[in-house]
Design a protein around this ligand. Structure first.
Ligand code: C5P
Length: 314
């Protein structure tokens, strides 16, 4: 029996700008993505039978073909039709630490870990670019989740420009366990509200990309300037998610009042994060939020910025 265990890091968006609506139905984005130390553990184990099995300890995670991790294995099996005859099938086990439906790429990073793990288990010898191209077929965030770290993401989110790592910062994450936000809903709501303001994509796409690449957020990251990063935090999806979910808006307000470098909703939410310059400061913010919101439904995590997405454990 052969197996590989991998950790798959959650991501937060330090910057998310919606440039416009694309002909393929997706939105054109300019984002700055960051991996954090909250991670799921994914194990891929070879089976003697040519099948894909999936186990997960989390009740809200589907265990069937709708799971993105399952679809990652299916995609590889269809791209390399002889692989199961040579190496057998696979049992995927997911130990969930990242909250589900949270805007932290919890599903995308499981798929990323399965691609990396199966590349080794099935001895496919794929390059990182090949793995990321396959990942882009599964979801816009999957290519970033493979490499992780700090990166500008454009296009649907699948085109990546790595940035110099930022592993000295911390992020306190807050999410209500009973609340999940659908990503398709968030983007649809944004389009319905703002379609009249969308610019001509052919002009805006390179201009916005260039503006972010040479703008204050990327400069602050290059200089490791935590306070400036905090001031540049931005997420367009807040404009639709916060009004629709006053509980998230209130959480953001309280977290922002507890100190730190800046507070933002991640991705399509509902996770809110506050940046901090040290673990001690992050722990202090976490305790203050807990004191002000002693709701057992509210999950809080102290995480550190990390330079990798998927990492081999054994
Ligand atoms: O790519 P992924 O499947 O993760 O995206 C989930 C949904 O989020 C898409 O079906 C789409 O509704 C929305 N989305 C979007 N534009 C993007 C990324 C995601 O509209 N760039």
């Amino acid at each position: 029996m052969r197996l590989y265990s991998l950790t798959a890091a959650a991501k937060i968006n330090l910057y998310l700008e919606i440039v416009g609506h694309r002909a393929d139905g997706y939105h054109e984005l300019v984002m700055v993505m960051q991996s954090v130390s909250l991670a799921d553990l994914i194990t891929v184990r070879s089976l003697s039978t040519p099948e894909i099995r999936l186990r997960c300890d989390h009740p809200q995670v589907p265990k069937d073909q709708s799971n993105l991790a399952y679809r990652a294995a299916s995609l590889l099996a269809s791209q390399f039709p002889d692989v199961m005859a040579h190496h057998g099938g696979v049992e995927i086990t997911i130990e969930k630490k990242i909250p589900v439906g949270a805007g932290l790429a919890g599903g995308s990073n499981n798929a990323a870990a399965v691609l990396v793990g199966l590349d080794m288990l099935w001895q496919l010898g794929l390059t990182q670019t090949e793995l990321q191209d396959l990942g882009a077929q599964l979801g816009s965030d999957v290519p970033f989740c493979i490499t992780g770290g700090t990166a500008i993401a454009t296009g649907r989110g699948e085109q990546l420009d790595p940035l110099y790592g930022l592993d000295t910062l911390y992020a306190v994450l807050g999410k209500y366990a009973s609340l999940a936000v659908s990503t398709p809903w968030a983007y649809r709501a944004y389009r319905d509200a703002f379609i009249a303001t969308y610019p001509d994509l052919a002009i805006a796409r390179p201009a916005r990309r260039e503006a972010v690449q040479s703008g204050p957020m990327v400069s602050a990251i290059a200089h490791g300037d935590g306070p400036q990063i905090g001031r540049c935090l931005h997420n367009d999806l807040e404009k639709v998610v916060l009004p629709a979910h006053p509980q998230v808006a209130a959480l953001k307000e309280i977290m922002a009042a507890c100190g730190g470098l800046g507070t933002l909703m991640s991705g399509s939410g509902p996770t809110v994060f506050t940046l901090a310059e040290s673990r001690a400061e992050a722990e202090q913010i976490c305790q203050q939020v807990r004191d002000r919101l002693p709701d057992p439904d509210l999950g809080l995590w102290v995480t550190q910025f990390v330079p990798t997405g998927v990492q081999l454990v054994s």
